[in-house]
Structure formats: structure tokens, C-alpha cells
Design a protein around this ligand. Structure first.
Ligand SMILES: [Zn+2]
Ligand SMILES: [Zn+2]
Length: 94
């Protein structure tokens, strides 16, 4: 997966496709650093399946707020906020 190249292509002057990619690059599992794909889906107790990062953890089916998000790779639950990498990818900045 050419993920590394995506960072080099990031350009503030360009349009929404980069913005989308940039958004994705800032989301990863806080435990194993797995990154959700655009087609990654989570399922709610109500039966709805969706990409939880599109709605910031809110189920579009029943509007319940998922404060924790399960990883598809390591299957651990982490606080939804912790999935957003605020300090850039390789620069821990707290
Ligand atoms: Zn639901
Ligand atoms: Zn994980």
C-alpha cells in the first residue's frame, strides 16, 4: 500500500480529495496503529453498519454515541478521540 506517498502529496492548495486523504491519514488505532480504510465498517447494536469516523462515532441508525471504537486489527476498544492523531503521524506532539 503506497501510504507513505500520500503524505508527500499533501498540499494545502489542492482540493477536497487531498483533504479526504489527509483526514484518513490522521486516524489510526492508538494501540496497533492500524488505519481504517474508507470502506471500513462498524456495526451498531441496532444493526446499522457504517464508517464510524464519518460521523465521529455517532450511529446514523439510532443516534447513539460510541465513545469507544473497536479496532478491526487488534480487536481492542479504544476511546474514539484517541483514534485521531492530532500531532501528525510520526511526530508525537503533546
Ligand atoms: Zn445504532
Ligand atoms: Zn488496533
Amino acid at each position: 500500500m503506497p501510504r507513505v506517498l500520500a503524505f508527500q502529496e499533501t498540499d494545502r492548495k489542492t482540493g477536497s480529495s487531498i483533504k479526504d486523504r489527509d483526514r484518513e491519514s490522521k486516524i489510526r488505532c492508538p494501540r496497533c496503529r492500524w488505519r481504517p480504510e474508507r470502506n471500513s465498517r462498524w456495526s451498531c447494536l441496532c444493526g446499522h453498519t457504517w464508517n464510524t469516523f464519518d460521523t465521529h462515532g455517532v450511529c446514523p441508525g439510532c443516534a447513539v454515541v460510541w465513545r469507544e471504537t473497536a479496532c478491526h486489527s487488534c480487536h481492542q476498544w479504544s476511546p474514539h478521540e484517541d483514534w485521531y492523531d492530532r500531532g501528525g503521524d510520526d511526530h508525537p506532539f503533546r
